[in-house]
Design a binder for this molecule. Structure first.
Ligand code: AMP
Ligand code: ZN
Length: 460
C-alpha cells in the first residue's frame, strides 16, 4: 500500500457524497442484501453482485485484504419459496439448495469473490427472536393474533432513509391491510405458520419471520449492532431498508444501523426495470450457458465489463450491443496483455474508483493505458475490477467453437430470398439477428451469374 486514496461514497441516508471513515479501519464491515433463493437470478440481480464486489475489492486494496468483512445473506425462508417448492413438488430444502448452488456458480462466473460470510436466514432464527423480544420490551413492537408487529409510530424519525411523504408511506402500507395492525404502517416481524408451512417455535407460537427482520438479525450476528456500509438495489430503500433500520436502531438503541447506505440503479430493458414480474428478464445462467440470447454463450467477464461502463447509481439500458462492445474492448486488452505480468494498478484509475466508484472514468484511464501500451499496469488495474485477462477467452476463440455454420448459411439464404421478394423488413431482421451473433455480413454479386452472394466473418 503506497498512498491511501481518500475514498468518497454517496450515502442515500444523507443524499451526499462524503469521505468514508470506517468505524474500525482494521475491520471494515459491509452488508449487502442477497438473493431469495427460489428461482434463477436475472442479470438485473447481477448488478448489485458486481457493483458491491468491485467495492469489496477496492476496500481490500485500500485497507488490506484481511481487513474487510463482507457479509451477503441468503434468504432461504420466504413465501415465494414455499409456493415454488409446492408447484415443483420438491421440498423447500431441495429448492433452496438447488437454487443457491446455481446462484453460486453464476456469480463465480461473473468474477465475484465469495463474501467472507454468506449467512442463511434459517440459521438465524434465534437472533431474530432475540431482536423481536428486545423490540417488544422497549415498546417498539406488539403481539396481536399470533403476529409480532413493529410499531412505526414508536419511532420518532421513521422514514429518514427513503424520505417519502407520510401519506405515500401510509398508502403503500395499506396494500397490506390486516385487522390486527394497530397503525397503518406497522409491519410484520413474525407471523404464524399453518401446519404445512415452515415454522419455528417462538414465544408467540409456531411461526416464521418477516423478510426485514432477517437482515437485521444476520447483520447483527456477523457485523455487530452498527457497521460501516449497507448495500443493495435502489428498490430496497423502501420498505426493506427503512424497516431494517427501524428494527436494528430501536432494538439496540443506536442513532444509526450502518453509517453509509449505498444503492445501485436499475438495469432496464427498453426503459423498464428488468424484473421477474414484468417477464422482461434474462437469467445470468441462460446468458452464460445457452444460446438463447444473441445466438451464443457469453463470457461472464463480458457481462461484468458491460455493466461497469455505467456509473452504479445510473440506470443501465441493457442491450446485446453493449455486450459486443465490451467484448471487443476485452479482446483488444487481452491481446495487448498476453503473457504480461500484472504490475501495480494506475493511481488515476484507483482515484477514479475511490470517487464513489466512478467506473466509467476508471475505464477511460484503462483505455488510455492500453493506447500507451502500458500492459502490466492495465492488467493490474483490471484485477481491481475483478477482470483477469489471463483467464479471459477472446471472442474469436470462443465464438469459433460455438457457431453453427449450417444455421448461418440457412439464415443467409432466407435473407437473400427475402430481398428478392422485396421483403426489406424481414431481410433486416435476419441481418440484425446475425449481427447480434457477432458476425459481419458482406454483400456482393456473383460475377458470373449476377446473383447476390453474402459472405460472413466473425466481427472484431
Ligand atoms: P430480489 O431478488 O428482487 O430481492 O433482488 C435481489 C437484488 O437485486 C436486490 O439488491 C435488488 O435491488 C436487485 N435488483 C433486482 N432487480 C434489479 C434490476 N433490474 N436492476 C438492478 N438491481 C436489481
Ligand atoms: Zn436485507
Amino acid at each position: 500500500m503506497s498512498t491511501v486514496p481518500s475514498l468518497r461514497l454517496y450515502n442515500t441516508l444523507t443524499r451526499t457524497k462524503a469521505d468514508f471513515r470506517p468505524i474500525d479501519p482494521a475491520q471494515v464491515r459491509m452488508y449487502v442484501c442477497g438473493p431469495t433463493v427460489y428461482d434463477y437470478a436475472h442479470i438485473g440481480n447481477a448488478r448489485p453482485i458486481i457493483v458491491f464486489d468491485v467495492l469489496y475489492r477496492l476496500l481490500r486494496h485500500i485497507y488490506g485484504v484481511g481487513r474487510v468483512k463482507y457479509v451477503r445473506n441468503i434468504t432461504d425462508v420466504d413465501d415465494k419459496i414455499n409456493e415454488r417448492a409446492a408447484e415443483r413438488g420438491i421440498s423447500i430444502r431441495q429448492l433452496t439448495e438447488q437454487t443457491n448452488a446455481i446462484f453460486q456458480s453464476d456469480v463465480t462466473a461473473l468474477g465475484a469473490l465469495p463474501p467472507d460470510v454468506q449467512p442463511r436466514a434459517t440459521e438465524h432464527i434465534a437472533e431474530m427472536i432475540t431482536i423481536i423480544e428486545k423490540l417488544i420490551a422497549g415498546g417498539h413492537a406488539y403481539v396481536a393474533d399470533g403476529h409480532a408487529l413493529f410499531s412505526v409510530p414508536s419511532m420518532a424519525d421513521y422514514g429518514r432513509l427513503s424520505r417519502r411523504p407520510l401519506d405515500e408511506m401510509i398508502a403503500g402500507a395499506r396494500v397490506d391491510v390486516a385487522p390486527y395492525k394497530k397503525g397503518d404502517m406497522d409491519f410484520v416481524l413474525w407471523k404464524p405458520s399453518k401446519d404445512e408451512e415452515p415454522g419455528w417455535e417462538s414465544p408467540w407460537g409456531r411461526g416464521r419471520p418477516g423478510w426485514h427482520i432477517e437482515c437485521s438479525a444476520m447483520s447483527w450476528k456477523h457485523l455487530g449492532e452498527t457497521f460501516d456500509i449497507h448495500g443493495g438495489g435502489i428498490d430496497l430503500v423502501f420498505p426493506h431498508h427503512e424497516n431494517e433500520i427501524a428494527q436494528s436502531r430501536c432494538a439496540f438503541d443506536h442513532p444509526v444501523m450502518a453509517n453509509v447506505w449505498m444503492h445501485n440503479g436499475f438495469l432496464q430493458v427498453e426503459g423498464e426495470k428488468m424484473s421477474k414480474s414484468l417477464g422482461n428478464f434474462v437469467t445470468i445462467n441462460e446468458l452464460l450457458e445457452t444460446e438463447n440470447f444473441g445466438g451464443r454463450k457469453w463470457p461472464g467477464q463480458v457481462l461484468r465489463l458491460s455493466m461497469l461502463r455505467t456509473h452504479y447509481r445510473q440506470p443501465i439500458d441493457w442491450t446485446v450491443r453493449s455486450l459486443n462492445e465490451a467484448e471487443a474492448t476485452l479482446d483488444d486488452w487481452a491481446a495487448l496483455a498476453k503473457g504480461v505480468k500484472p504490475g501495480t494498478p494506475s493511481e488515476a484509475f484507483i482515484e477514479a474508483l475511490a470517487d464513489d466508484l466512478n467506473t466509467s472514468l476508471a475505464l477511460t484511464e484503462l483505455h488510455r493505458l492500453a493506447r500507451a501500451g502500458e500492459a502490466n499496469t492495465l492488467a493490474a488495474s483490471l484485477q481491481v475490477l475483478g477482470i483477469d485477462l489471463e483467464a479471459y477467452q477472446p471472442r474469436t476463440q470462443h465464438l469459433a467453437a460455438e457457431l453453427d455454420e449450417e444455421l448461418i448459411a440457412a439464415r443467409i439464404r432466407e435473407r437473400i430470398e427475402a430481398r428478392k421478394n422485396k421483403e426489406w423488413k424481414r431481410s433486416d431482421e435476419i441481418r440484425d439477428e446475425l449481427v447480434a451473433m457477432g458476425l459481419q455480413l458482406m454483400d456482393g454479386k456473383d460475377p458470373a451469374t449476377g446473383e447476390m452472394v453474402t459472405t460472413w466473418e466473425i466481427k472484431r
